[in-house]
Write a protein that binds this ligand. Structure first.
Ligand code: FAD
Length: 555
């Protein structure tokens, strides 16, 4: 394959999994050799598909957003979203071939006898999102709706929809969505007005939902007020809204219009008016918001995974371009400023990957009932949603610049990634809201102490001796600051605390990875640089020595 015609590097056709030198070893570290041996061929297969077919389909779907069909040609009314055929092909890859929305809920995906651990789903999503971000929203919504339904719904309701929610046949599949936001109620969920009326033992919802991604989903989790007198989140119940009624007719809600979005253009987000729409109540009437939080947290983690996958795509592409593109009679990789750019991208990108893989590992333990893991997971989810979703915005811009002028041209993936990259930090909670959520999580019971002890233990258990001292003293310094700010209740430090803890955790986790084998030894260096550039002060009045060796590891 000719990757370099006219000095324009084009990586199309490269396997997104195998081009990434450390993916396989990292998976081995987190899932163990046995499972990796059984499943790695799926990563290779998806990597192949992402590097070629998915790129073409995604670029096309991005240019052909879905359309709302309100009326059919015979004049009958319609309430459907018409998806572009290339988007449907993407759906077939994600939902059918790779079972991304099913694999955490039932066995049988890839003919496996057991339900696969979260890291397999997140690892494959990390790969898929490298060329298609938009579809990951409906996939994640379907996956997280199923989880929330299983966790809180009654058995009859679960049994009614489980098979369709986890189907790997698009014709059978029920996709999921989440309708919370109203015009006046986004971050301020407690001001939701949508009203739930109980008539003869059945629930009917009336209200206006302002942001509804995947609006023609077969099932949506909806927050609505069961009692107008009970203000705030306490008055909210959780409902499961079916698209179709038992008699086959469309439920009583209308998609008013679709949003014309900056990014995520391949899939639909719309506005929905509910007009006494039939819905099933999920779980406890008074626990609606609490129950929805589970779905929100899973979506937040999924957002972080997507941000990390996009960053990895940007890094791999930038390394590829730097190795192949020439300027001033040499490959641009040899230019000090390019190396410095790559180094900066590399440490942020790899920190995010380590955070999402470790989060998946912790989630598995948390779901098995480990209470320490539950507390850690509760804290690191907002850390990842906050920092990774912000970092990807910068990395996407840097990658665009490394491609040069072509990076600004719509034939390439860069403009799409740049647009997509800006969504993660807004939906499912803006950066401010997420950082406040971090503080809420830290204040709960002994969570702050649990996190500190967890990190210290990890350093003692898995760290190269020479690093132990600096890691332990950094943990102390960061936690001293965090304890003080929380004690003072100084809200304006919330974002600073969230960033600090994210980078601190990543430094400790990266260091633990480096302890595993020589091919991951370079992660010790990344850990050191994270501490140096992201935690300790970065003085602009002193020279920053560039560690060329670390960049070389990635070439
Ligand atoms: C493409 C897209 C798809 C979406 N899909 C869905 C969906 O499927 N379902 C759904 O329910 N929602 C969805 N949303 C809505 C999204 O989650 C909200 O837009 C988001 O939570 C912000 O709410 P808001 O727009 O009301 O802004 P506001 O909450 O009004 O925020 C405005 C500003 O005020 C700041 N702010 C608010 N409160 C505080 C505070 N206490 N302290 C500090 N700053 C604060 C925010 O950080 C923000 O900068 C989607 C949004 C987009 C863009």
């Amino acid at each position: 394959m000719n990757y370099l015609l006219n000095n324009i590097p084009d990586s199309k056709g490269l396997n997104a999994y195998t081009r990434d030198k450390f993916f396989s070893k990292l998976l081995e570290f987190y899932v163990g050799k046995d499972l990796l041996n059984q499943i790695e061929n799926k990563f290779v297969e998806l990597g192949e598909c992402v590097g070629s077919e998915v790129e073409d389909l995604a670029l096309s779907a991005d240019k052909h957003p879905p359309k709302l069909v309100k009326r059919l040609r015979d004049g009958s009314s319609s309430n459907t979203v018409q998806k572009h055929p290339d988007f449907i092909k993407l759906e077939k890859i994600a939902f059918e071939k790779f079972g991304l929305a099913a694999m955490s809920h039932r066995s049988g995906v890839f003919e496996m006898q057991n339900i696969l651990p979260p890291i397999i789903k997140y690892g494959l999503t990390f790969l898929f999102v490298q060329n298609e971000f938009g579809l990951c929203c409906p996939v994640s919504m379907t996956d997280s709706l199923t989880r929330t339904l299983k966790k809180f719904g009654d058995e009859r309701l679960i049994n009614k929809f489980f098979d369709q929610l986890t189907s790997q046949d698009l014709d059978e599949l029920f996709q999921g969505a989440m309708f919370m936001t109203e015009q006046h109620a986004g971050s301020d969920v407690g001001s939701i007005d949508t009203f739930a009326e109980n008539i003869n033992g059945q629930w009917y919802l009336t209200g206006d939902k302002w942001f509804c991604s995947n609006p023609d989903a077969d099932l949506a989790m909806v927050l609505a007020r069961y009692d107008k007198k009970t203000k705030g989140t306490k008055g909210l119940s959780l409902f499961l809204l079916p698209k179709k009624l038992e008699n086959g007719q469309h439920n009583n809600y209308e998609i008013i219009r679709l949003k014309d979005k900056l990014g995520g253009r391949s899939f639909a987000s719309g506005e929905i008016r509910l007009n006494k729409a039939f819905a099933y109540i999920v779980g406890e009437k008074k626990e609606g918001f609490k129950q929805m939080t589970d779905m929100i947290n899973m979506s937040r983690l999924s957002n972080g995974v997507r941000a990390s996958g996009m960053m990895q795509r940007c890094l791999q592409e930038s390394l590829f371009i730097a190795k192949t593109r020439s300027a001033f009679n040499e490959k641009i990789i040899n230019l000090p400023l390019i190396r410095k750019q790559l180094l900066k991208m590399l440490i942020i990108t790899e920190a995010s990957r380590t955070m999402v893989f470790k989060a998946a590992d912790i989630l598995e333990k948390a779901d098995k009932g480990d209470t320490e893991a539950q507390k850690i997971f509760r804290i690191i989810t907002p850390l990842i949603k906050f920092r990774a979703c912000r970092d990807v915005r910068k990395i996407a811009g840097d990658a665009m610049e490394i491609r040069g002028g072509s990076g600004y041209i719509e034939e390439w993936m860069d403009p799409k990634i740049l647009r997509d990259a800006h969504l993660g930090s807004i939906w499912e909670g803006t950066s401010n809201i997420i950082s406040l959520d971090t503080i809420r999580a830290l204040k709960k019971a002994d969570n702050l102490h649990v996190l500190k002890t967890f990190l210290i233990n990890l350093v003692h258990e898995r760290s190269i001796k020479e690093n132990e001292k600096v890691l332990l003293s950094t943990i102390d310094e960061v936690f001293n600051f965090v304890f003080q700010e929380i004690k003072d209740d100084y809200e304006a430090s919330s974002r600073q605390i969230t960033s600090l803890l994210y980078y601190l955790c990543s430094a400790v986790f990266l260091n633990a990875e480096s302890y595993y084998c020589t091919s991951l030894y370079h992660r010790k260096k990344i850990s050191e640089l994270i501490i140096k550039y992201k935690i300790n002060e970065n003085n602009p009045l002193q020279r920053n020595e560039i560690d060329y060796k670390l960049v070389n590891e990635y070439l």
